[in-house]
Design a protein around this ligand. Structure first.
Ligand SMILES: Nc1ncnc2c1ncn2[C@@H]1O[C@H](COP(=O)(O)OP(=O)(O)OP(=O)(O)O)[C@@H](O)[C@H]1O
Length: 235
């Protein structure tokens, strides 16, 4: 069952001005509500606007028109500072490329988001990062360097890093794109279980309908529009 509403898009459009002065409409009339505990997948072919939508959901970009509401507040009214705080604390990001810092251990990578936090999060960063790595089954690899870990293990470190501040929404952009099918499935099950445990929402952006089938609600992005997909959830 869904909990409190976290993100809401109403009639969101996004267009960009091209060098020849024409306008390219990437997103048109997007409506989407994301609540605590939701696991939503957004599927779409390459170039359909998935990254553009993800950037808007992650408060990295703003709609050209329409409204994005974060936890009841119109996002266009958030100060840059408040938006940055939400991105750092309430949103977790997982990417296809794991983006781990080379030359830093798994533990140091997971501690990184806590370095600029205050209070308990800062002082207890080592313990919090250790616990986050234990949650993804890597409690015995704290001191491993990323290059000594398999792709699936690196993605689990990236997930531990995304979850370490207990975000309210996790945005996963092609999280299985660099993994084989079995490892990708295990990573998705882990993301689903960990966000489910925390009551946070998971939004998975993927071109892979098998990955999307693991979510509880699926949408297709096509021609800049979002359509609900009626597919039985596999989890
Ligand atoms: N700033 C921009 N200027 C011009 N065109 C843009 C800009 N941003 C996005 N586009 C175009 O808008 C379309 C959607 O881009 P977007 O990156 O959101 O697609 P995507 O679905 O994430 O693609 P992929 O799966 O290949 O990453 C593409 O055709 C892209 O070239």
């Amino acid at each position: 069952m869904s909990g409190a509403e976290l993100l809401k898009l109403e009639a969101v459009t996004r267009s960009v001005q091209l060098p020849d002065d024409s306008e390219l409409q990437i997103l048109s009339g997007i409506d989407l509500t994301v609540s605590e505990g939701d696991h939503i997948a957004i599927v779409g072919r390459s170039g359909t606007g998935k990254s553009t939508l993800l950037n808007i959901l992650g408060l990295l970009d703003t709609p050209t028109s329409g409204t994005l509401t974060w936890s009841g507040t119109d996002a266009s009214r958030l100060s840059a500072r408040r938006a940055a705080r939400i991105r750092g604390r309430d949103l977790g990001f997982v990417f296809q490329q794991f983006n781990l810092l080379p030359g830093r251990t798994a533990l140091e990578n997971v501690m990184a988001p806590l370095m600029y936090s205050t209070g308990r999060d800062f002082w207890q960063r080592r313990r919090l990062a250790t616990e986050s790595l234990e949650r993804v089954g890597l409690g015995d690899r704290l001191d491993s360097m990323p290059q000594t870990l398999s792709g699936g293990e690196q993605q689990r470190v990236a997930i531990a890093r995304a979850l370490v501040r207990r975000p309210r929404v996790v945005l996963a952009d092609e999280p299985t794109g660099a993994l084989d099918v079995a490892t990708g499935r295990a990573v998705m099950e882990l993301l689903d279980a960990a966000t489910g445990e925390d009551g946070s929402a998971l939004i998975t952006i993927t071109h892979d309908s098998n990955v999307a089938a693991l979510a509880r609600a699926q949408f297709q992005l096509d021609g800049g529009r979002l359509h609900p997909l009626e597919v039985e959830a596999a989890l």
